[in-house]
Write a new protein. Structure first.
Length: 326
């Protein structure tokens, strides 16, 4: 972890995928905002020293964080997801206007907002342009980029559409990060976890799970229990030797046959999302699965955050110390 004192105000922080990645890129949280109580509890569980606002982003004033280095967030994806109605600006869950309000109030050096690839479609071109126009009117230069999580060592494709805006004088130094190499397979990633309870078929299973995973989906509270997505996704998981119809409480054990088709545990899903063993989750099983499934993979956030840090510099002006809330 970097010792840089670059600061970030993060909204829609979820269970901390982007938070963890930005921390590793050298950003210290002045505030993390998350309305879901379990996800907010996850943030406090992992970083008790952080100021976490467990409530609506509309309750936060950017003026309290004037001069922060970065405003970041994973704004809700339903307004732009192909799995939803794609209402865009007409969806009450669209929080881009709130993100822009915070930028106007806080005047950060940089902005980083991520969403699903649906926002990149022609249908939302005028919406994207309106965001660009507003940011440019505030003195920022902007760029959108569709990044694939697999290019950052995450064992699933998981495309994310990312907006970066930086004050004009420093934007010319920014470049989106490139691929870091071939991602590990599902078997390479989860083999040790599959073997933890002594299942003798773990090594054979890992050899067969020789591809990357379909995109993990967390769903919403309107969705039923925890499973690995729609029919197409479950079929793709089955080709990797995984039963996607639910989430297991434990890894397979010595009682399971060599040719058993296992279900993933939440711990395994977290690895597929790019979390390491140091990050833990608060809440019941289904809530934890949704937190993990809806997360921004930390390695991707770290890659983009590192690129932003390089552009804006690692020695920001002195400001008030990070507020610590008990």
């Amino acid at each position: 972890m970097s010792t840089s004192n670059l600061s970030v105000l993060e909204i829609c922080a979820g269970a901390g995928g982007q938070s963890f990645g930005l921390e590793r890129a050298g950003f210290a949280h002045e505030l993390a905002v998350e309305i879901d109580k379990d996800a907010a509890a996850t943030l406090k569980l992992n970083r008790p020293e952080w100021d976490v606002h467990a409530g609506d982003v509309r309750e936060v004033s950017g003026r309290d964080y004037r001069g922060v280095d970065l405003v970041a967030g994973g704004v809700p994806c339903p307004p732009f997801s192909v799995a939803g109605k794609q209402l865009g600006a007409n969806d009450e869950r669209d929080l881009f206007p709130e993100a822009l309000r915070l930028v106007r109030e806080a005047r950060p050096t940089a902005v980083m907002l991520e969403n699903v690839k649906g926002l990149a479609s022609a249908r939302f071109s005028s919406y994207r342009q309106a965001i660009i126009n507003e940011l440019e009117g505030m003195g920022y230069s902007t760029d959108w980029q569709l990044l694939f999580s697999s290019e950052f060592g995450v064992p699933q494709l998981r495309p994310r559409f990312i907006l970066v805006a930086i004050k004009r004088a420093k934007f010319k130094r920014f470049q989106f990060p490139g691929a870091v190499g071939t991602p590990p397979t599902v078997g390479e990633t989860l083999g040790p976890l599959m073997a933890v309870n002594g299942w003798e078929g773990a090594a054979q299973w890992a050899r067969g799970a020789n591809g990357i995973a379909p995109t993990v989906v967390g769903g919403s509270k309107k969705h039923g229990g925890a499973d690995l997505g729609p029919t197409r996704a479950k079929s793709a998981w089955l080709e990797l030797g995984v039963d996607g119809r639910g989430i297991a409480d434990e890894a397979p054990s010595t009682e399971h046959a060599l040719d058993h088709t296992p279900r993933l545990t939440n711990q395994m899903v977290a690895r597929i999302q790019g979390f390491d063993a140091s990050w833990t989750f608060s809440g019941r099983k289904t809530s934890v699965y949704r937190q993990i499934g809806n997360a921004f993979p930390p390695p991707v956030a770290e890659g983009v955050g590192t690129a932003i840090r390089a552009a804006i510099g690692a020695s920001p002006a002195a400001r008030r110390p990070l507020r610590i809330v008990a």
